[in-house]
Design a protein around this ligand. Structure first.
Ligand SMILES: [Zn+2]
Length: 222
């Protein structure tokens, strides 16, 4: 079974709430390859390798100092030809916040946020959408839900609610705001629909194009 990245608009930085497409990372300040914590780095790069295999995309990945605006970003801009599918940056404060709010102390929602960024990478690579709107975000949530299922097959289903709660917390209600990610309910709905889709394929398997097409169809209702 194969399975399975945010896009562009402008330089972001001050924006909160998980908006994650950037035309480049120029506004993020210094980018780091290490979080400064060896154990976290080990976990992080293990998750990265899993995501590369599942999503079939190879973005470069960094940490950055997100200060008081916990966030994560994807940009399609390539800075190193070894990583042809753009770049992902994960905020160090976001990681801390997710760990602090993790009842299981597993920080499992970080893996799913990383999956959301990888899904933006898939969106950009396969040109799923021509423009950027909340649909790109909901699409990424659906694919992140597929990854959540694949992950739960390995670590158990006890983490699913924790991830859903985390997604609920990062949704927003700013309907007139172009940075809108989808309401919390829409985000959780797409996440869980991706989860269900992947679960329905146990024993049959599925490839990325099928997941993309199911995600697009589901997101079109919003
Ligand atoms: Zn996003």
């Amino acid at each position: 079974m194969l399975l399975l990245g945010c896009k562009k608009e402008k330089n972001v930085v001050q924006e909160t709430g998980g908006y994650c497409f950037a035309s480049n990372f120029g506004g993020l300040g210094q980018l780091f390859k290490s979080s400064g914590n060896q154990q976290l780095d080990y976990w992080h790069y293990g998750e990265y390798n899993n995501l590369v295999q599942r999503f079939g995309v190879i973005p470069d990945i960094y940490f950055y100092d997100d200060g008081n605006s916990p966030n994560a970003y994807f940009t399609p801009q390539i800075s190193n030809n070894q990583y042809p599918d753009g770049q992902v940056a994960i905020g160090l404060n976001w990681i801390k916040k997710e760990f602090a709010n993790s009842p299981t102390n597993s920080g499992v929602s970080i893996a799913i946020i990383m999956a959301h960024e990888f899904a933006h990478c898939v969106d950009a690579k396969y040109k799923v959408y021509n423009t950027h709107s909340y649909r790109n975000e909901l699409f990424a949530d659906f694919l992140a839900g597929c990854y959540l299922h694949l992950k739960s097959m390995i670590i158990g289903e006890q983490y699913v609610n924790e991830v859903a709660n985390s997604f609920y917390a990062i949704g927003d209600y700013a309907f007139n705001d172009p940075r809108h990610h989808g309401t919390p309910a829409q985000r959780v709905s797409c996440l869980m629909e991706g989860y269900k889709f992947s679960k329905s394929k146990v024993g049959v398997g599925y490839q990325l194009p099928e997941a993309i097409s199911n995600a697009r169809n589901y997101v079109a209702r919003f």
